[in-house]
Ligand binder design. Sequence first.
Ligand SMILES: Nc1ncnc2c1ncn2[C@@H]1O[C@H](COP(=O)(O)OP(=O)(O)OP(=O)(O)O)[C@@H](O)[C@H]1O
Length: 243
Amino acid sequence: MALVELRGVCKSFRKGDETITPLDHIDLDIDAGEFVSLMGPSGTGKSTLLNLVSGIDRPDAGTITVAGTEVTKLSRSKLADWRAANLGYIFQTHNLIPVLTAYENVELPTLLLKLTSTERRQRVELALEAVGLSDRADHYPRQLSGGQEQRVGIARAIVAHPQVVVADEPTGSLDTETSEQVQTLLQRLNKELDITMLMVTHDSDVAAIASRQLVLDRGKFLEQSGTTPTRKAEGDEMIKQFG
Ligand SMILES: Nc1ncnc2c1ncn2[C@@H]1O[C@H](COP(=O)(O)OP(=O)(O)OP(=O)(O)O)[C@@H](O)[C@H]1O
C-alpha cells in the first residue's frame, strides 16, 4: 500500500449560485520516500488537494489514507491529534507567530503531543539544528531574514518527526538564492530524514528537484518526466542524528 493513497476523491465549493468542482474523482498513490511536486494552472485544486491530504479540509466523497490511517474517517478532534503527530505543513508565507521566538514557534505543534518536557526540548533543538538555525532560537520572526523565517516554518513542520510533509509554494516568496537554499533543505529532508514530500509549486525549476513531477490539469494528473538535480548542500553539518 502506498504511504499516501487517494481514491475517488471529490471536492466542490459553492460560490453564490455556482458550484466549482476542482477535484472530481481523483486517484493518487505516493510511496514512502518519494518527493512529489505538483504543478498546474491556477485554480485547478492544488492547494485544495494539500488541505485534504493534511486533513485540514474534508472531501465530499472518496477516501484518503495516510500511513495506514484513513484520515477521512477520523473525527475532528482525532484528526487534530493525528495531524500533529503525522503530518507537517509548510506554507508559502511561513505563518510564524510574531510574538513568539523561533524556538517557541517550532515548539507549538509539540504541545499537542504526549512528550515530557525534556523530549519536547530535544525535538525542538533537533528541528532547529536540522534547518541550521540553532543560533537563532531566541530571535523573533521580525529579527530573521525571509529565508530564515521559512526555515523556522520548515523546522515547525518536521518537529513532530512526521512521515509526510506537504508544502504549498514553499519558495514562492523568496529570492532566487534563498529559494535555492530552501530547495536544498527540502531535498535533504527527503533524502536524509526519509520524509515523504508533496510540494505544490508554480516554478518548473523548483518542481524539478522532486523525484516525481505531476501536473494537475482539469481534474487529471499528468506525469512529467525530468531529471532530479541535487542542489549543492551548503552546510553539511545541518541534518544530523534527526529522527
Ligand atoms: N474555501 C473555499 N471556498 C470556496 N471556493 C474555494 C475554496 N477553496 C478553494 N476554492 C476554489 O476552488 C478552486 C481551486 O482552488 P485552489 O486554491 O485549490 O487552486 P490552486 O490550484 O491551488 O490555485 P493557485 O495555483 O492559484 O494557488 C478555485 O476556483 C478556488 O476559488
